[in-house]
Design a binder for this molecule. Structure first.
Ligand SMILES: Cc1cc2nc3c(=O)[nH]c(=O)nc-3n(C[C@H](O)[C@H](O)[C@H](O)COP(=O)(O)O)c2cc1C
Length: 348
């Protein structure tokens, strides 16, 4: 398959400086979802012209090396790897990052508290760094530490949620305050939302939930089916899934019988107060109730009671699709909307 065809006149409208920074055709970034985003998904997104990402939080360095090689066996397009410096044992983090840098991964996407040393190490090796943050203060810290771009996460996002402000408000605030490119994250899944992000000052979008229920994602079918079935009102923002991450790390999940048992109390959970009940297995590893593990194809057990991460945009996901078709639809619809807006402007 050839990836070198010329950019059409139309596509120029979507080509932001971020596309040149990370080498992708469309400014559509797939979030590096831990466990879920492996080589099949990252390669499918990059092949379609988006920017795929391996979600490798706390994975062993050998698995990361294998997954990087596996993406490269599927596509010659660039991709990134996601790690979480502040939620990973420092020795493991150093080894994980070293594997990525040795393999000359194009870009790292980091998340959660800004750790300047992680940015410096990656940059020294010639790697691009995009940092996902949930506030203006954290965005400024990432820029000051040398990040090439920030990904601004709104509170409607799925998975771990670092801030408290919605994308519609936070994104233009950060875009107006920083010099480096800004990417919208949280609630983006469509061509219209890409155009909205560009209008708010972003140079692209970063989508997790939209790529969760894809044929290539490593999420368990149960999780994919829940994504297709859930409405926008059915997510829960809570810090009850506290095992594995630092204290006070809220997530957004699809409501379930388990989240029902939390009643009105959604925040204030501490690891030491939670039961250590193994409810599933992956290989020989026990998976605990209220841990941050989500159901994967490699797991068996009481998967219904695991964290079914998803953002509010879950209500817009109606079927399980190939990831490449999602990238193509977002780009196609965004271009159609832009040309429609331009026509309306010309006729006014
Ligand atoms: C299933 C799932 C797993 C996630 N895992 C990670 C992760 O390992 N690392 C990370 O940086 N972000 C993770 N996120 C958050 C995404 O990076 C991103 O902020 C979020 O998906 C954006 O909102 P959206 O879900 O509305 O697209 C995850 C999100 C989901 C839905």
């Amino acid at each position: 398959m050839s990836h070198s065809r010329a950019i059409s006149q139309d596509e120029v409208a979507l080509r932001t400086p971020l596309c040149d920074l990370i080498s992708c055709r469309y400014p559509i970034l797939q979030a590096g979802m831990g466990g879920v985003a492996r080589s099949e998904l990252a390669a499918a997104v990059s092949t379609a012209g988006g920017f795929g990402c391996l979600g490798m939080v706390r994975e062993p360095p050998e698995l990361i090396a294998r997954e990087i090689a596996s993406v490269r066996s599927r596509t010659d397009r660039p991709f990134s790897v996601n790690l979480i410096p502040a939620a990973t044992d420092p020795v493991l983090f150093e080894e994980e990052l070293a594997v990525c840098l040795d393999a000359k991964v194009r870009a790292m996407i980091f998340f959660w508290d800004v750790v300047p040393e992680a940015i410096e190490t990656a940059k020294r090796a010639g790697c691009r760094v995009l940092y996902q943050v949930g506030s203006l203060a954290a965005a400024r810290a990432a820029e000051a530490a040398g990040a090439d771009a920030v990904i601004v996460q709104g509170v409607e996002a799925g998975g771990h949620v670092h801030g408290s402000v919605s994308s519609l408000v936070l994104l233009p605030q950060v875009a107006g305050a920083l010099r480096i490119p800004v990417v919208g994250s949280g609630g983006f899944s469509s061509g219209a939302s890409l155009v909205a992000a560009l209008a708010l000052g972003a140079q692209g979008i970063h989508c997790g939930t939209a790529f969760l229920a894809t044929q290539e994602s490593f999420a368990h079918d149960l999780h994919k089916r829940r994504v297709v079935a859930a409405s926008c009102e059915e997510t829960i923002h809570t810090d009850a899934f506290a095992i594995n991450w630092p204290p006070n790390s809220p997530v957004r999940v699809i409501a379930s019988d388990l989240t029902e048992t939390l009643g009105e109390r959604l925040f204030g959970y501490k690891v030491e107060d939670l039961p250590r009940e193994a409810i599933a297995m992956e290989d020989h590893r026990p998976i605990y109730l209220f841990s941050t593990d989500s159901p994967l194809q490699s797991m068996s057990g009481d998967l219904e009671r695991l964290a079914m991460f998803a953002g509010q945009v879950v209500g817009r996901i109606e079927k399980i699709e190939p990831a490449g078709e999602i990238v193509a639809a977002i780009a196609r619809d965004a271009l159609a909307i832009l040309s429609d807006l331009a026509r309306r402007g010309a006729n006014a």
